[in-house]
Design a protein around this ligand. Structure first.
Ligand code: AVJ
Length: 322
């Protein structure tokens, strides 16, 4: 069963956010969450199987290998809320391990309706797990799940795939604090974080030779063309991935190869971009394994256990709300 949304002003929020990001003085930027429309979500699925991009495989390996161990540490009964699901594929192992112990409820929270639908197709067959989807922002969806649970049910929040890496470090702490505020003591958060690795390896992962990541990035302009009646000419932009050693993040930008004017009709905006100017579209912060427990402590959690993949350094950390 997939409940129908709980869905507010997303399209006008999109227009306002795009406008604000493109008219900033200084570095233009667009929120990375808008990379994931239907085309963007499909392109990310392709990225996740590229040989250069080991992140998703590491995440899946850890969940598959350690699901019984992770689940054995949870108080029961437990319901599961996931912040951003993508296809939902990697959550299967955890849900099956939970279902073997007790029937439960899985609440995916997604801003992308197509991702929610994918998730239901992917996980709908697990017996003893009922699915209640929420279309909307993470914290709003989580607050609804928390408000609707029975008083004896614990909550396990999943924040996988290193989406936390999209936040600047201080914003990551702030976000986890807000998650904590919605939870009760004893609730848990399973947090996936991509770890630091050689820069060359990171650059290859975010600028693959097939150009899938470039297409994923450029699709944001194509999406603005589709949804805001704009005229970005995609051949006049280049995908750029670079490492920021101070932030310890990969930054994705779209670089204008000439001076040009773009019109966004639906919002009445004419925008001039100079040759070489970039629009910053995403940051992917990399963590040291022991930074995650520190982050957790700052946000009101305690790190109960951590599992690290050796092949592609990546950590799953099980945090409990204190
Ligand atoms: C889905 C946010 C984890 O940061 O690696 C992949 C997104 N961007 N390639 C990441 C992404 C470019 C991805 N996350």
């Amino acid at each position: 069963m997939l409940q129908q949304p709980q869905h507010a002003e997303t399209s006008s929020g999109f227009a306002a956010d795009i406008c604000a990001g493109l008219t900033r003085s200084g570095q233009k930027e667009l929120p990375s969450k808008y990379l994931y429309d239907e085309v963007g979500s499909a392109l990310f699925e392709a990225i996740s199987v590229l040989p250069e991009y080991g992140l998703t495989r590491a995440d899946v390996r850890l969940l598959q290998r350690h699901a019984p161990d992770i689940v054995s540490r949870l108080p029961l009964p437990v319901i599961v809320a996931e912040l951003g699901t993508g296809s939902g594929k990697k959550t299967r192992w955890l849900l099956e391990a939970i279902a073997r112990r007790r029937p439960s409820c899985y609440c995916p929270i997604e801003i992308s309706r197509s991702a929610l639908a994918m998730c239901r197709r992917e996980l709908g067959d697990i017996e003893a797990i009922s699915i209640v989807g929420y279309e909307g922002e993470y914290l709003e969806g989580l607050a609804q799940v928390a408000a609707r649970r029975r008083s004896d049910e614990h909550l396990l929040v999943l924040f996988l795939g290193s989406t936390i890496g999209n936040f600047e470090r201080p914003a990551a702490v702030e976000f986890l604090r807000e998650v904590r505020r919605i939870l009760r003591t004893g609730d848990s958060l399973l947090l996936g974080a991509d770890l630091e690795k050689p820069v060359a390896q990171l650059l290859a992962a975010y600028d693959d030779p097939l150009g899938i990541t470039a297409a994923f990035n450029l699709n944001l302009l194509a999406r603005i063309n589709r949804e805001l009646d704009a005229d970005f000419m995609l051949p006049r932009f280049r995908h750029l991935a670079r490492y920021n050693p101070v932030a310890r993040s990969i930054e994705m930008h779209l670089r204008s190869i000439c001076t040009q004017t773009v019109i966004l009709r639906a919002v009445g905006l004419a925008l001039t971009l100079h040759e070489g100017e970039t629009i910053w579209t995403e940051s992917c912060h990399k963590y040291a394994a022991d930074e995650v427990p520190e982050l957790a402590t700052k946000a009101g959690f305690h790190c109960e256990a951590q599992w690290v993949d050796q092949e592609w350094p990546f950590a799953e950390s099980l945090l409990f709300a204190v």
